[in-house]
Design a protein around this ligand. Structure first.
Ligand code: FE2
Ligand code: FE2
Length: 186
């Protein structure tokens, strides 16, 4: 499925930003070289690219169809679990943002909230992505009827085109390149 191929690519990009966030947290912990103002940029990437665009397609199109079409998955709570993990991620990011604001205002102990929530988020999302790549997406490919797959592909195409027209992918992939070069670990 074309939509899933694109989602797997998005996972690669999201994982690249998770590495950046982890490295930035490490530098905050060790008082290394970092720019605190990169943090809201990363949060924006997470909210708009990872959450709005990517999780949006999963929640509103792919998982929605899987929940309706594959009884085994809806009954076992497999799909619900994925929605819950998206929500958990949103909570970590909200807490990360509060930590950033408090730290910026001079509360040195708030660096703990930045580091704890960043590490919790990167770990949660990395495991979540692994589950989707190795299980959920395979279930979709193997268990959905062809006409449902085509509908998912065309619905995702519409979202993709809309995002392209508003420059979403270009903007966030460019930000990703910049952040990656600033927070390389080699
Ligand atoms: Fe997901
Ligand atoms: Fe995903």
């Amino acid at each position: 499925m074309k939509s899933i191929e694109i989602m797997v690519k998005e996972h690669q990009n999201i994982r690249r930003m998770l590495k950046v966030l982890r490295e930035l947290s490490y530098r905050i912990m060790t008082e290394g070289k970092y720019n605190l103002e990169d943090l809201p940029e990363i949060i924006e990437f997470v909210r708009n690219y990872a959450d709005k665009l990517h999780h949006g397609k999963e929640e509103d199109i792919l998982f929605e169809a899987m929940n309706n079409q594959i009884e085994k998955l809806s009954k076992s709570g497999t799909i619900t679990g994925m929605y819950i993990e998206h929500d958990q991620g949103r909570l970590f990011i909200a807490n990360l943002e509060s930590g950033y604001k408090a730290f910026k205002e001079g509360n040195d102990r708030a660096r703990l909230d930045i580091i704890a929530n960043a590490v919790a988020y990167t770990d949660l999302l990395d495991r979540h992505i692994e589950k989707e790549n190795t299980a959920l997406y395979k279930f979709a490919e193997n268990m959905l009827p062809d006409e449902v797959k085509s509908k998912i592909d065309s619905d995702c195409d519409n979202v993709e085109n809309e995002a392209t027209n508003s420059g979403t992918q270009a903007r966030y992939l460019n930000l990703l390149d910049i952040m990656e070069s600033n927070y390389s670990t080699v």
